[in-house]
Write a protein that binds this ligand. Sequence first.
Ligand SMILES: Nc1ncnc2c1ncn2[C@@H]1O[C@H](COP(=O)(O)OP(=O)(O)OP(=O)(O)O)[C@@H](O)[C@H]1O
Ligand SMILES: O=P(O)(O)OC[C@@]1(O)O[C@H](CO)[C@@H](O)[C@@H]1O
Length: 311
Amino acid sequence: MRRVLTLSLNPALDLGIRLSTLAPGEVNRALESSLTAAGKGNNVARVLAMQSHEVLASGFLGSDNSAAFERAFSDWGVADHFVRVAGETRINVKLSEADGRVTDINGPGARIGSADLEALVRRLDALEELDAVVIAGSLPPGISPEQLAELIAALAARQLPVWLDSSGAALVAGTAAGPALIKPNEDELAQCLGRELTDEAALIAAAREVQHDGVDNVLLSLGGDGVMWFFDGGALRARPPKVEVVSTVCAGDTLLAGALHGELSGWSRADTLRFATALSADAVRRIGVGRADSEDFAALSAAVEIEELPA
Ligand SMILES: Nc1ncnc2c1ncn2[C@@H]1O[C@H](COP(=O)(O)OP(=O)(O)OP(=O)(O)O)[C@@H](O)[C@H]1O
Ligand SMILES: O=P(O)(O)OC[C@@]1(O)O[C@H](CO)[C@@H](O)[C@@H]1O
């Protein structure tokens, strides 16, 4: 069991709505709906806590609707180190259709003031004996990509491995600040480099370029096509088995958490990637994060194909 800090600067309540088919502009009747404490960092926290790590979750929470998060942290066994800010945490809508298509509508988030950021920095400075830090998700209004970079640099200066999953300008600035790992998907990697990546060779070259610029690990997620993991000295590729897609919403967060679990457990890279890929494939079979206690998880893991990518 290791001690991990997850940072959600812009968490969300996810309003998950399952429909047979979305009819835009019409009255739609949902098959089911749910409101869940989420945001990328919190989803990672939830998976790591399920793997028995000591998880401390921090970031900013709107004080007007924090109760749902407080209940969730207590249910998940995650320690609540969030700074409370004025207003409400955003509600993000996730529409899942029967054919596996997901439509996300993500809010901007509550505005963060300079005193809130100072309070967060003080809170993080007081957290000791951490083994890793995950920073995941978008930035709320009031926090700039440069401020994210400063947070990463300060944590990295404490010799903490920082794993970053963000997008757009936040990913660009964050990548330059020296995280140990980034987890882009194809679009995010293309945004990060400011050019289109049209085929696999271009993706591989792009990931290696990011490594060359100082990020040791690039965990490139490719949806149903799997994952490529570029690390110091090599690269592996994993392909998940075909699964029935219910919702892809937490797949990337589950992948990152699964990989961190393997790293913190001292597993080989191949075993780590197999576990993380299987866990993320399990996530798409359900609404929510992946679970390693599903009945057929061993079979799912065994069906993941791992290969070494040529140097
Ligand atoms: N259709 C699928 N079948 C099996 N595994 C999948 C499928 N889609 C995604 N996965 C698994 O989940 C991982 C993460 O998916 P993806 O690349 O879509 O992440 P993402 O874009 O970060 O998603 P999100 O931000 O919605 O969590 C993939 O690398 C893969 O292992
Ligand atoms: O708007 P962001 O911060 O980029 O992404 C937020 C979000 O879509 O990411 C998670 C899934 O990965 C959801 O729980 C959440 O709503």
